[in-house]
Write a protein that binds this ligand. Structure first.
Ligand code: CU
Length: 146
């Protein structure tokens, strides 16, 4: 009898979802490798349900969604305040720092599978003419999507 109970408990345990992880993305004026106006990391791959803590280096930076998967929630974090956002919808997200988008201050978040890869590529292509500095980041981050 005890044996069956134990097996039952083990099955329940296996079917439980893994605990959501928390990641940090720093929104910084000067990056660790000397880059300016940069998200660190610029590309991040997380699991569905994970949390990202966006941490601005000062009051001039924030994070605002720009291209998101269908059904996902838009987000805008306040300037200068570390803010946690939960990503419950699978797909690729592009986000920007509102004042520094022309300086290439954008980032890509991959949540689970990049089910909206084509739409993400199209959104990035539309973004290109608006960016005057650090333009190479756009393709760099896109190419990291798996
Ligand atoms: Cu910024």
């Amino acid at each position: 009898m005890k044996k069956y109970l134990l097996i039952g408990l083990m099955l329940v345990n296996v079917s439980m979802p893994a605990k959501a992880a928390e990641h940090t993305v720093n929104l910084v004026t000067t990056g660790s490798d000397g880059q300016t106006m940069v998200m660190e990391p610029g590309y991040i791959n997380i699991a569905v349900g994970d949390v990202i803590n966006f941490v601005p280096s000062d009051a001039t930076h924030n994070a605002e969604s720009l291209s998101i998967p269908t059904g996902a929630k838009k987000f805008t974090t306040p300037y200068g305040q570390p803010t946690k956002v939960t990503f419950d919808t699978e797909g690729a997200y592009i986000y920007k720092c509102v004042p520094h988008i022309t300086m290439g201050m954008i980032g890509v978040i991959q949540v689970g599978n990049a089910v909206n890869l084509d739409a993400t590529k199209a959104a990035m292509a539309q973004l290109k003419p608006m960016v005057f500095m650090n333009k190479e980041r756009l393709d760099q981050y896109l190419s990291q999507i798996q």
